[in-house]
Design a protein around this ligand. Structure first.
Ligand SMILES: [Fe+2]
Length: 129
């Protein structure tokens, strides 16, 4: 991901402005987290707290985006609405597992992000596609 500004691709365009804009923002948040991890790996003083904040920005945005998207899927009677909602639920379940793991770092969040923590962060980014 080094050097890239976003993971979003034109192939993701749905021609629904509200959803397209939210997808772009979601991928920007993934990239912001990824860039923090890269900076930590290069030796910059990035604390666990910095990365946790980025992870929660991603988590909050996922809730917000799925709420918007599901409302539209129901409103316009998308053919596989439950299949799509199941995909969201799977993603959210994984996010909640991360939240549980992050709780273990509360006491050390002012320390610099170590390799073990960066692996956890990479796993979350792996969910972003
Ligand atoms: Fe979406």
């Amino acid at each position: 991901m080094e050097g890239k500004k976003t993971l979003w691709k034109p192939a993701y365009l749905l021609e629904i402005d509200e959803i397209d804009d939210q997808h772009k923002r979601f991928f920007e948040l993934c990239m912001e987290q990824s860039q923090l991890c890269e900076r930590a790996r290069k030796g910059e003083a990035i604390t666990i707290r910095h990365i946790i904040r980025a992870m929660f920005a991603l988590r909050n945005y996922a809730f917000y985006h799925f709420h918007t998207e599901e409302a539209l899927l129901v409103k316009y009677r998308f053919p596989d609405v439950y299949g799509h909602i199941r995909l969201h639920d799977t993603f959210l379940r994984k996010l909640m597992e991360f939240s549980d793991e992050l709780e273990g770092y509360v006491g050390v969040q002012d320390t610099e992000a170590n390799a073990l923590f960066l692996v956890l962060s990479d796993r979350l980014l792996g969910l972003c596609g």
